[in-house]
Ligand binder design. Sequence first.
Ligand code: GGG
Length: 348
Amino acid sequence: MSLIALLPGDGIGPEVIAQARRVLEALSLDLSFEEAPVGGAAYLEKGHPLPPETLALAKRADAVLFGAVGDPRFDAVERAFRPEQAILGLRRELGLFANLRPAKLFPGLEDASALKPEVAGAIDMVIVRELNGDVYFGEKGRRTTMDGLRQGYDLMSYNEREVERIARVGFETARVRKKRLCSVDKANVLETSQLWRDVVKSVATEYPDVHLTHMYVDNAAMQLVRNPGQFDVIVTGNLFGDILSDQASMCAGSIGMLPSAALDTGKKGLYEPIHGSAPDIAGQGKANPCATILSAAMMLRYSLDDEVSAERIERAVAGALTAGVRTPDLGGTATTAEMADAVLARLA
Ligand code: GGG
């Protein structure tokens, strides 16, 4: 029996996690579920966004299915207690350094894509985002300068081991796809990016079968919209990957469509939709559960080695969308539960 930690979190998190759980339960697999609070919800209940019990459950579980964190009520709270610290803490504590964010256009969603129709169909890529470094984890703080000005700083930092291990994930991911890897950085300006580029080039010698290119992040943002078909796998840092994957999601129809896997070197993983807590639509049944349901499929694939069930879920989501069932973010009227019903009805 595999233990799945369910961490619903804030805003629409509980709604989308509930629907993903229904889908997992319908597969009649040997799974057990335990739920724990995280984010703003955990702060309100336990006084901390990542309470020790929640972290212990995440460590004990075979995999974590995570909803979303973020709540405007905590905007003025000290950074250490903000809901977002929970997901950063989980990634760090569980050693989840590699974030796979597949972005592809499901058949029938061409009109929902932000891209021109002639290029929309071409979007099918994986963004491999580094998760344990960069400005997210570098030294940060506030101080007053000599001129008496308030200053905030977040140190961007990568060491070669961090770059090497994520580069390997990028190459391995590309190797089983179209064998094209684009490393995205800002090496014309940033020292971290120059190191990044050097290390990626040296790892490339072990992967002669993968075609490696390098691109500055500003150009990559533009190319993603102009000619998305040129990308197979992108490997990039924490901040650039966060931004580019949100951009890619709109190319694929909606941020409600993109799942993700945060992985360590073994089988442990945390799976979550790339979207946040969307407090503006929380509790209204408007959230698209597809990204979370697809994250559950990734969980079965990567942590539980169950490719057959992962593909069953993915086919069912594709079938529901092809049949025209859509939540409001995709231009439809289906509720969160109705979207999941349509997926459940197609779990062949
Ligand atoms: N499900 C994704 C989520 O909750 N995102 C909110 C957030 O704080 N994300 C930070 C990040 O992904 O780096």
